[in-house]
Write a protein that binds this ligand. Structure first.
Ligand code: 0PR
Length: 363
């Protein structure tokens, strides 16, 4: 720290010069986040000082969190789902595994995840000292339903499926997982961090949510396709009693117990998340998702015309291609298998895709 403070003008000219180094979302096809919706920014600024870690002080903001949980629960076929707003998919996945581990009550617990699972499960398993058992993918990059049971034993406390995988945008066989989870009475967590705010607005997609009786918990992130400000994730559980297992006493707060992982938690991005859902409604969300899916079909067709077929047909707006080139000036990413990965988020317009396809050499 400098001994004396600087002028506000000097400070902000410094900050804006540093911000110029940010890539922001220009020619960015690799991000699962996007430019927040203007109503999210407005609501975020309105709730800037709020702390959900002390809900007795911020009862209005806490009621917004409850409304968000209710909106998302209803969307995902469980109006009475219980939940709270996390910092994103990573925290939701850690907490889900933590609950499953406690409920499972095993001395050497393991969790069965698809090969395609997000790396947040590696973090969760490490923190919770759980063994990770990986189910290989089928030829469509989904968890191979035939190979799930062979990984399960008496110490399996959790099964995980992904709805909208990070790398290929596919949905694991959640119905099969749900049947296994129900039959064997194992906790099933669905990571719908990305797909949870896409799949409900796309016709004829695979089932993945609480409509399936075996699904115990779900991650869904408003800071991805929910177009809220960062950080805004959400963990939903089927049965409110699940949260008893993560509760601690909080004697000097305005509430007596807390089941969350973080203590101090932003209310601003939670207000942002609710603002987007209420402002757009189901119709508005469907319109935006539809345009992202249209752009995904456009990029798949264009890449094919250029001689780069899609690795597998996605169910959400993530498409990965058999293509080793990266056009200059564009930000794409690579899957673990080396496919070129693109995400058609709301900031990726039809013109962006056309420009990208011209750069890649579509005929
Ligand atoms: N589960 C799934 C299926 C995800 O795709 C992700 C993130 C997570 C969990 C973890 O979510 P948080 O990062 O919110 O904790 N997937 C993206 C990824 O890791 C996140 C991302 C977003 C990466 C924007 C880059 C970026 O520019 O690829």
């Amino acid at each position: 720290m400098h001994k004396k403070g600087c002028s506000e003008e000097e400070l902000f000219s410094f900050l804006s010069s540093v911000k110029e180094n940010d890539r922001a979302y220009n020619k960015v096809l690799s991000s699962m986040c996007t430019i927040p919706h203007p109503v999210a920014v407005r609501a975020h600024n309105m709730f800037i000082e709020t702390n959900l870690g002390d809900p007795g002080l911020f009862m209005g903001t806490a009621s917004i969190e409850e409304m968000l949980v209710e909106r998302l629960g209803t969307l995902l076929h469980h109006k009475k789902a219980c939940g709270y707003s996390t910092s994103g998919g990573t925290e939701s996945n850690i907490q889900a595994l933590r609950i499953a581990r406690k409920l499972g009550n095993s001395k050497c617990p393991n969790v069965v995840v698809p090969e395609s699972a997000h790396f947040s499960f590696d973090k969760a398993a490490d923190i919770l000292a759980m063994e990770i058992r990986t189910v290989p993918s089928d030829d469509k990059f989904r968890m191979d339903a035939e190979k799930i049971e062979e990984k399960i034993d008496k110490n399996t406390v959790c099964l995980v499926g992904v709805a909208g995988t990070t790398e290929y945008g596919v949905v694991d066989p959640i119905e099969a997982l749900s049947d296994i989870a129900s039959d064997r009475d194992i906790f099933l967590h669905v990571d719908a961090a990305f797909g949870g705010l896409v799949l409900p607005f796309v016709p004829h997609t695979s089932k993945f949510d609480f409509e399936l009786a075996g699904v115990s918990s779900l991650s869904v992130d408003p800071h991805k396709m929910g177009m809220s400000t960062i950080p805004a994730g959400c963990l939903l559980v089927r049965d409110p009693s699940y949260f008893h297992s993560t509760e601690v006493d909080t004697p000097y707060l305005t509430v007596q117990k807390e089941c969350t992982l973080c203590g101090t938690r932003p209310g601003a991005s939670v207000a942002g998340a609710l603002a987007v859902l209420d402002f757009l409604g189901e119709e508005g969300m469907a319109k935006i998702v539809d345009s992202c899916m249209e752009n995904t079909r456009r990029i798949i067709k264009g890449m094919e015309n250029a001689g780069y077929p899609v690795a597998t047909m996605p169910e959400v707006n993530v498409a990965s291609f058999c293509c080793d080139e990266t056009p200059k000036g564009w930000q794409v990413s690579r899957t673990r298998l080396g496919h070129m990965r693109t995400v058609c988020m709301p900031h990726v317009t039809k013109d962006t895709i056309d420009e990208f396809l011209t750069a890649i050499g579509e005929m």
